[in-house]
Design a protein around this ligand. Structure first.
Ligand code: MYA
Length: 221
């Protein structure tokens, strides 16, 4: 089956992760409930990403490095006793926020989505630098897996996992500017979903990817 973009917007792109709990008859977990933190978690995630970029760019003196390490250790010690099972966590589970409230991958800003495609922007900060102003070659599949994985599992589809993710690096992906990112379904047959994605800087194709996502059987982790 070849899917054509549906002009009707839908809310399926962001809802990955809630359904397994719903299907099991469990209450929504705090991480899936936007009301639990309001905008404060978004502010935290932005601050964390901003911090990582600032750290990556800076050349601090030794005193600053020692003070920063001490501050970070203080915060780790405060957070460790609050560790919770995966399904109760907030980090990466705020699918109502651009970037899911996490800092592991760059923030994906969705501009338009429908059942079979999604378009948006992505911006790689200095934290994702490989060298010479180019994004690290491992960070690019990371954002492809993010956009393809979320689209593959969107709407009413049962959860799937990435079986393969093939990335072609067509030209450097620059650190700094907002880049256009697009993903779409190529086919959906049985348990197998094939999707493709591109990243452009203006008219320049930076990278493209194809992923196979295989729907999980009941009980499959
Ligand atoms: C609130 C919470 C929010 C959370 C938000 C999170 C958002 C995160 C967004 C990011 C999310 C990102 C998501 C992630 O990153 S998921 C993490 C990365 N992926 C994994 O860890 C997956 C590991 N692998 C597996 O679990 C299994 O191998 C899977 C499940 C994939 C398939 O094993 P399974 O035993 O179930 O199936 P099967 O082996 O019978 O295969 C079935 C069919 O598929 C074909 N096939 C399989 N593999 C390949 C291959 N490599 N090339 C070509 N074909 C392949 C195979 O030939 C067969 O075809 P056919 O013979 O039927 O024609």
């Amino acid at each position: 089956m070849t899917s054509q973009p549906n002009p009707e917007p839908h809310k399926g792109f962001g809802d990955l992760g809630e359904r397994p709990w719903k299907a099991a008859g469990l209450p929504a977990h705090p991480g899936a409930d936007p009301a639990a933190y309001g905008r404060s978690w978004e502010t935290l995630a932005n601050a964390l990403s901003g911090f990582l970029d600032a750290l990556a760019e800076s050349v601090p003196g030794r005193e600053t490095v020692e003070a920063l390490a001490a501050d970070l250790t203080t915060w780790s010690d405060k957070l460790k006793p609050l560790a919770s099972p995966e399904r109760d966590r907030v980090f990466g589970r705020r699918t109502d926020l651009h970037g899911r409230g996490q800092s592991m991958s760059p923030k994906l800003v969705v501009i338009r989505s429908d059942r079979d495609s999604v378009e948006g922007t992505v911006h790689f900060g200095s934290y994702f630098l490989g060298g010479n102003g180019a994004v690290h070659g491992g960070a690019i599949p990371l954002i492809f897996d993010e956009i393809l994985g979320r689209l593959a599992n969107s709407a009413d589809r049962p959860p799937s996992r990435t079986a393969y993710l093939h990335t072609d690096f067509r030209s450097i992906t620059p650190i700094g500017p907002d880049l256009s990112i697009r993903a779409w379904f190529v086919s959906e047959e049985g348990r197998k979903r094939i999707l493709r994605a591109t990243i452009h800087h203006g008219d320049t194709l930076c990278a493209e990817a194809e992923g196979l996502f295989v729907a999980l059987r009941p009980g499959q982790p």
